[in-house]
Design a protein around this ligand. Structure first.
Ligand code: ADP
Ligand code: ZN
Length: 718
């Protein structure tokens, strides 16, 4: 008789689950973590389902791992994510099993209790240890030290002399005590909160857009829903943020509101923290998790609510490894878990607005800023009219507004979404431009430290004295501004102003961000100059001026979402101005002030912009009114890449619904030494575009040195 078999999914680049047999005497159920042989290796994996293979040559499972099994909603989410994004299920599973150490039962903790004093000499230091352990207490060495104030040596000597007895105990995580501090909500806030509380109570799936201008209190409102979720013992809540650097602020607010430390999850925490956090998520002691995209695939024990803050943010789209939209997958998870999800934004995405219109999502609006703070005045500077000297970038209007702000000890932001000193360096004599050897991109000049860098692959090069082409000396000029150059101009004009530069070059993690934010909040900074990392979330009470150096920057390029993204970004930056008593001013510099995005910003009519943008998407038959799938073909041998791209396009079956666009060379034609072509498929919404992509790809033999990547609902068209 053959042994009973099960399907097992292995967290590797494998499209489906394999059959393994269950050895006699072993009990396994679907969802269990197990260890199985794979070739000559042993790998950890998950029991994914029943198997009817009944083949006698199947290998045995080595062992079942005694940790909580993976629950059905997460297993379904993994399958769903894999099939929607055409990713191997094993690769998706890997995102849920990323912490190898947490995939074993936890080792017991060594602790001690009193073992009778016997003939141990009692010194006063030893007496303190004995007192700490009285009443049958069992404590680790660290805890004994904490309670008694005795040194390790004293405790060790008591152990050696037999005064303390060693015991192995299970590690416990203390569920934190809740001590909520409420704020009094405004009537609008209270109404929205009431609605969300009702949704949490109903314990059903629902998706709600919480739409409110920056500073309207969205966070306070969704905190009410979080508190309602906590009313159930052991309930867990996940709050997703698009950027790591926003976590510290939210963690601080959360602690103030709920009186305990949330668990954070992003790439910037230590391995030990990760393991600890993973276990707490798995065993249910982590009540609140604040995390980036990857937090979505964790094995929550009892998830009751998901919040996606800044839902419009493009960082929710993961572009490496498994390509997926974390906001969209979060909605899927909420659906599978049968729980509510809240999407919060001041500038909701066109996709989400469309889902509200079609009735798929509910909508709650917070119409005004809290505490009577008013939206800032917005002024457009037509850069064609305001004369700007060569190699300066601040218009006279912006310069004088900045001067007045510095005089009044008010803070200002200058925003330019471009890192470094200058985006291009060229030779005045022969016109030579410095390009990356491995990418079709210019090298960006940085001054501190001084170098030329490729922002696509990280290639670096010193800045030469002579032109490498014509060998003329001192002929190189920097063209255009980056934030470092703006900082230089400001310090020339305002030598006493304290400047803080905020870009991903000098703020790499949450702690550095927190330090920079503290300096600003404490008034140690007059002018903050930065890229998009300063656009989001921050609340600086004394900040009243926002200057946007080049509003046109985000509008270039054929990206489907260019206008939407540019609008959202500039709107977010503008939202930093005047968040308290004094009304803020925003000065937008543009060479095309008649552009609809700039006009929409000036008028402050956000809904009109969304309507217009949605209308133009509809006219051009673009998402969310159609489906898109990108196919990126790349490799080091140009001819093979081109041939493969053409072969894929040629196999496209005739269908009047599904349009194939391309192949065309990608805008970044060469990236890290790989040539790149793109194909775009577009279909009506009711067509399964994944099926089309699969059938295209299955008909073509792909050479080993060519890579084909599929991007469903693409955001990046580079
Ligand atoms: P949003 O998330 O919409 O940008 P926040 O929730 O961050 O808005 O609120 C902006 C600021 O106003 C925060 O400092 C917040 O604590 C404060 N605030 C909002 N609503 C209230 C309220 N009802 N009572 C007291 N402070 C509030
Ligand atoms: Zn490069």
């Amino acid at each position: 008789m053959t042994k009973k078999q099960v399907k097992i999914l292995i967290p590797l680049f494998l499209p489906s689950a394999f059959s393994y047999s269950i050895p006699d005497g072993m009990q396994v159920s679907v969802g269990d973590f197990v260890e199985v042989p794979l070739g000559s290796r042993r790998v950890k994996a998950v029991v994914w389902g029943e198997s009817k293979d009944e083949s006698p040559r199947i290998k045995d499972i080595f062992r079942r791992i005694d940790i909580p099994p993976m629950q059905e909603p997460l297993r379904k989410l993994i399958d769903w994510t894999a099939s929607y994004n055409l990713a191997p299920a094993g690769t998706v599973l890997k995102m849920s099993m990323s912490i190898a150490k947490a995939l074993e039962p936890e080792k017991p903790v060594t602790a001690y209790k009193l073992a009778g004093i016997g003939d141990v000499k009692i010194t006063s230091a030893r007496q303190k240890v004995i007192d700490a352990l009285s009443c049958e207490q069992i404590l680790t060495i660290a805890k004994i030290q904490e309670k008694s104030g005795a040194t390790k040596a004293v405790i060790k000597s008591l152990i050696d002399k037999g005064g303390l007895k060693k015991i192995e105990v299970e590690k416990t995580y203390h569920p934190p005590a809740l001590a909520a501090t409420h704020v009094d909500l405004s009537p609008y806030q209270a109404e929205a909160a009431e609605n969300l509380i009702g949704k949490v109570k109903s314990e059903k799936y629902s998706a709600t857009l919480l739409d409110g201008v920056t500073g309207s209190g969205k966070t306070e409102v969704y905190f009410e829903a979080v508190e309602q979720a906590f009313a159930e013992d052991g309930a867990q809540v996940l709050i997703m943020l698009p950027e790591i650097i926003l976590t510290n602020q939210l963690v601080a607010r959360f602690k103030k509101r709920f009186g305990f430390e949330p668990v954070v999850w992003h790439s910037n925490i230590t391995a030990k923290q990760r393991e600890n956090n993973y276990r707490q998520i798995q065993n249910g002691t982590a009540r609140l998790v604040i995390g980036a995209r990857s937090a979505l695939f964790l094995p929550y024990k009892n998830l009751k609510l998901i919040v996606v803050d800044e839902e419009h943010d493009a960082s929710y789209k993961q572009e490496e490894g498994v390509i997926y939209q974390a906001r969209d997958m979060a909605v899927v998870r909420a659906h599978l878990e049968k729980i509510p999800i809240i999407l919060a934004s001041a500038t909701p995405s066109i996709e989400t607005v469309e889902n509200v219109k079609s009735g798929k999502y509910d909508e709650l609006k917070l119409p005004s800023r809290h505490g009577g703070a008013v939206m800032p005045d917005i002024k457009i500077v037509d850069m064609r009219k305001e004369s700007v000297n060569k190699r300066t970038w601040l218009s006279p209007s912006l310069r004088s507004a900045l001067a007045s702000n510095i005089n009044r000890s008010k803070q200002s932001i200058l925003f330019l979404n471009r890192r470094g000193y200058a985006p291009l360096t060229l030779c005045q004599s022969c016109g030579h431009r410095f390009c990356c050897p491995d990418c079709s991109a210019w090298l960006v000049e940085h001054r501190n430290p001084s170098r030329l860098t490729c922002h696509h692959c990280g290639y670096r090069h010193g800045i030469p004295k002579t032109c490498p082409k014509c060998e003329k000396e001192d002929s190189l000029v920097s063209c255009g501004p980056g934030v470092e150059r703006i900082a230089e101009e400001v310090s020339k004009n305002f030598p006493d102003a304290k400047i803080s530069l905020m870009t991903s070059d000098n703020i790499a993690n949450a702690d550095e961000a927190a330090t920079a934010v503290d300096q600003i909040t404490n008034g140690e900074v007059d002018v903050i100059i930065g890229t998009q990392i300063l656009a989001k979330g921050h609340h600086f009470p004394n900040l009243t001026l926002v200057g946007i150096i080049d509003a046109d920057l985000g509008l270039a390029g054929g990206d489907l979402r260019a206008a939407e993204r540019c609008y959202q970004l500039l709107h977010q930056v503008s939202g930093r101005a005047g968040r308290e008593k004094e009304k803020g001013t925003v000065i937008i510099q543009s060479y095309m002030p008649e552009n609809s995005v700039i006009q929409a910003l000036a008028s402050g009519d956000r809904d009109a912009f969304i309507d217009m943008e949605a209308h133009s998407r509809k006219l051009s038959n673009m998402p969310p009114y159609s489906r898109l799938a990108g196919i990126i073909i790349s490799g080091p041998v140009e001819a093979n890449v081109i041939k493969t791209a053409k072969d894929i396009a040629r196999t496209a079956p005739a269908n009047q619904d599904v349009r194939l666009l391309g192949p065309v060379p990608a805008p970044i034609y060469l990236l890290r030494g790989n040539y790149r072509y793109r194909i775009l498929l577009r279909s009506p919404r009711n067509i399964n575009i994944q099926k089309w992509v699969k059938s295209l790809l299955s008909a073509v033999k792909i050479p080993s040195n060519v890579r084909v990547k599929v991007d469903i609902d693409p955001y990046s068209f580079g």
